[in-house]
Design a protein. Sequence first.
Length: 272
Amino acid sequence: MAETGRLTRTPVAAPGVSPVTLLRIAIVVAIVAIWEAVAVSGLLFRDVVPSLLVIGRSLFELLTLPDFRLPIGNSEISIPEFYWHLWVTIYEVATAMVIGGLAGLAVGLLLGANPFLSKAFERFLYYLGPTPKIIFFPLMIMWFGVGPGSKVAMGTISCFFPVALSVAAGMRQIEPVLIRVGRSFRLNTWQMVTKIYLPAMRQPILNGFRLGMGVALIGTLLAETKLSNRGIGFLIINAYSTFDMPRMYALLIVLFVVAIGANALAGRASKR
């Protein structure tokens, strides 16, 4: 029996390093090795898969090269152009999150609290939710112009649906005893929302906003790639149009890191 136990024992990783961490490191190393092998081999068209060293150099220039003059009062300061475009995208996504998130929260509360309205309208949300929102972009341009308004509108309608559906589902999961307690204390509608509904479905609301943030970012970036002269989406499509592949990959890496950071912050907020 002792011999059998010894044979089936799980291998022990190095002290302080878990097997999951080792596997993650191995995956990253494999991806880097495969990328470099493809870049050196020349199997694809020239510069389609540039070396990581070239991408790293472009990333360094993107984040440090002061090639944009930002007016502040009566003077100007030179900053990397990337940061100004990043701020534009962050502003558009944040505005879309506020408008779409609050609208989705209100609609979700209304549908979850009223079975008649839920049966009448929630089915439309399920139908329109998975629809690619980029098909509405021509309407957004006609209604809000080619400026930031159409990008905010795209992010807003992208964010609205996951928040509304998540809140409506969360409303139906509230314990009936909590609602009876609120009614027994004769709470009005606003008090029921703030003291019963929102605290009881905190997790569904946060999950809905996390999903909404992701799709709002996607919708805003897609709009920026279609018709814009500012924002991260514009920089990416501009690098692609000029076949500046190292810059395009550098922008994608930074965008990936920013998205991971925002999602991590939202995850910490949901745990708290």
